[in-house]
Design a protein around this ligand. Structure first.
Ligand code: CP
Ligand code: NVA
Length: 310
């Protein structure tokens, strides 16, 4: 039996990403139409880091699908006291239908997936946040009609989970992804290469620049994220001093297409990576984006469970 996992954005092919996004739209229109977990089927959702949206959207979504979410904080489990991901996986895999995990190291997720025997989903790691990108692309489709050929500009920390996931997830969707980030905070070159290889097959493209204006020029979708990700709190002062030129304000947004939409995975820090005027303004679609975490993740779980049982 093949088990499908979603540890990074390119775990879905372009056709598979499109399938999941189509199912997300279907489930948004008819939220209770699919019950793949009907019966006493539990999904473990583990948090090593804080979360509002991911915690609630997986909790609600799993219940909508007929299952029971088992929401665990690492601090209250042996995982938090050093039990290995492999041993945790061996135990959880015998009692649950799937494992969703927000953690630090991507390698931990890979170890969990190798030993679980059930689908493992990355609910954010230091390197990727692929569930967020599914919700983002669902939102872009709702507002722009389609994905392929659109230009996406992501400004800020290009080396964080969001920067990496926009590269892979955008290339998969055939988008032109531009990352505007200062030197030292640009994406991992291995991820840029992976994204470029995907883009070569989808008609998309990948650009990394330190020039925020060049990244924004004419963009259809403008995105940013916090400059201080979870786990980077000690670097806060240095980061805030460095990222000022990459803030999305009414002025910088003016460089994008006149009908550009603005996304932010949230939580947002108004006055830092994005101004209040933009985040709360007419081009912002961040609340649709947050809601779509629910629909996109339900679609992902349905898809992974179906593919894993054949
Ligand atoms: N965007 C996102 O993942 O939000 P949470 O950290 O609140 O889950
Ligand atoms: N880059 C942010 C995303 C939060 C959803 C972080 O990792 O904290």
């Amino acid at each position: 039996m093949t088990i499908r996992h979603f540890l990074r954005d390119d775990d879905l092919t372009p056709a598979e990403q499109a399938e999941v996004l189509a199912l997300a739209a279907e489930l948004k229109a008819d939220p209770y139409s699919r019950k793949p977990l009907a019966g006493p089927q539990t999904v473990a959702v583990i948090f090593d880091k804080a979360s509002t949206r991911t915690r609630v959207s997986f909790g609600v979504g799993i219940a909508d699908l007929g299952g029971s979410p088992l929401i665990l904080d690492a601090a209250a489990t042996q995982n938090g006291r050093g039990e290995s991901p492999a041993d945790t996986a061996r135990v959880l895999g015998r009692m649950t239908s799937a494992i969703v995990w927000r953690t630090y190291a991507q390698s931990g997720l890979e170890e969990m997936a190798a030993h679980a025997g059930v689908p493992v989903v990355n609910a954010l790691s230091d390197d990727f946040h692929p569930c967020q990108i599914l919700a983002d692309w669902q939102t872009v489709i709702e507002h722009k009609g389609s994905l392929a050929g659109l230009t996406v500009a992501y400004l800020g920390d290009g080396a964080n989970n969001m920067g990496h996931s926009y590269l892979l997830g955008g290339a998969t969707a055939g988008m032109h992804v531009r990352i505007g980030a200062p030197e030292g905070y640009q994406p991992d070159p291995r991820i840029v290469d992976d994204a470029a290889a995907i883009a070569a097959g989808t008609g998309g493209s990948v650009t990394v620049t330190a020039d925020p204006s060049a990244a924004l020029a004419g963009a259809d979708v403008v995105i940013t994220d916090t400059w201080v990700s979870m786990g980077q709190e000690a670097e806060k002062e240095a980061r805030l001093a460095l990222f000022g030129d990459y803030s999305i304000t009414e002025k910088t947004l003016g460089l994008a297409a006149h009908d550009a939409i603005v996304l932010h995975c949230l939580p947002a820090y108004r006055g830092l990576e994005i101004s209040a005027e933009v985040l709360d303004g007419p081009q912002s679609v961040v609340w649709d984006e947050a809601e779509n975490r629910l629909h996109a993740q339900k679609a992902l779980l349905v898809w992974l469970l179906e593919k894993s049982s054949t």
